[in-house]
Ligand binder design. Sequence first.
Ligand code: DLL
Length: 447
Amino acid sequence: MIPHLWNDLEGTFFPESALDYMPESRLREVQLQRLKAVTALTYEKVKLFRERMDAKGLKPADVTTLADVSKLPFMVKTDLRDTYPYGLFAVPMSDVVRLHASSGTTGKPIVVGYTAQDMEVWKQVIMRTLYAAGYSRGDIVQNMYGYGLFTGGLGLHGGLEGIGATVIPISGGNSERQIMVMKDFGVTAICGTPSYFIHLIETAQKMGIDFRRDLKVKRGVFGAEPWTDEMRKYIESASGVKAFDIYGLSEIIGPGVGAECECQDGLHIFEDHFLAEIVDTKTLEPVPDGTEGELVITTLSKQAMPVIRYRTRDITAFETSRCGCGRTCRRIRRISRRSDDMFIIRGVNVFPSQIETALLKTESSLPHYLIVLTRKGGLDQMEVRVEITGEMLTDNVGAMEQLQKRFGKSIEQITGLHAAITLAQPGTIPRSEGKAKRLLDQRNLTN
Ligand code: DLL
């Protein structure tokens, strides 16, 4: 018998968005009730979790308060690989109505499953995301996230249909056709990765199409990869599209773990379904609100693959102020980096987002860029290839050299490191239809 976690609000009915405004005391009650249930379910059904609990001498009954979550063992990505494909599932396969997979960087993908009720929850959190970003019935939405095993396309799709929007399931790629569809189908809102949208802004320019003059797109929900506030400013000023952040990961549900509201000031976590903690990356102890650390998430209502204390590797902090929108769900700061994104060059920790900030501080138009790491005479070298955009282009060689110097100086100010800047010809840095690849580490190939 599957414990029914979704309809356990003792008869209280909260229409989708109203859940975002649940009185905080009630929200914590719901969380605790669900935390107890999910711990019991996972203990009973998932061997790996049961073994780890037993090793710590813990039983589900030891969870009596929300703070007790910190006693529970962590789960990490390799747990999904080690139990590939279905070892963490807590229901029989006959109850699993959907599988997705994330194409890890090495070897086998990780596989995640959903029951019919999980699909309903997923739809609801995406609906809440879309309402928060001002989407509604009547919107014509071009969904540019990849459809298929990736959770982005079909995840957003369910919620878009849920709010009654008209969905165009176009997926990524074929950029000129994307712009044609936007124009001809009267698209009012979009979903996709921010890096792909920046590429589309460029494509439209090349096609002689002006976003403000020729298109009706007003809003976009962007995520699946780190992006900065500078990038938001660029998107909004270059296209007139108001850009909202959406966060999520396959292991937890896919997109829809957290999202920005109209205040665009941090992402509200859908706390009735996801219990968020932020822990110190070294000690793994909880950090005070406002302090950066690694986001750890426990699914509170997942049936097919409940996940307890999953270490996301994503670095963020809880916002300490209340949000102007009145939602009671707590917010996290936008995720600018992953702890495993970091590269170490000559002993200095660097995140690709720092390079992006440095480039955008120098030039307001976002250049496409690639960080290339090599080794020369045993010493790490960092090259940043920056693609020339229309705004930067000039015949004046001196001016181009100046630009190169300014990029270098800005990177040095932010990271303390010297980077060789190469200005690349327009269109030469590879574009991605999904998540952007910003780092090419060739240190093992060079010396
Ligand atoms: O990227 C799910 C998703 C689809 C989210 C569409 C948003 C929109 P994965 O492929 O499993 O799932 O990758 C998850 O991507 O741990 C973060 O490191 C990163 N990520 C996702 N959203 C954001 C965001 C989807 N808004 C991993 N900001 C996560 C920064 C993000 N990083």
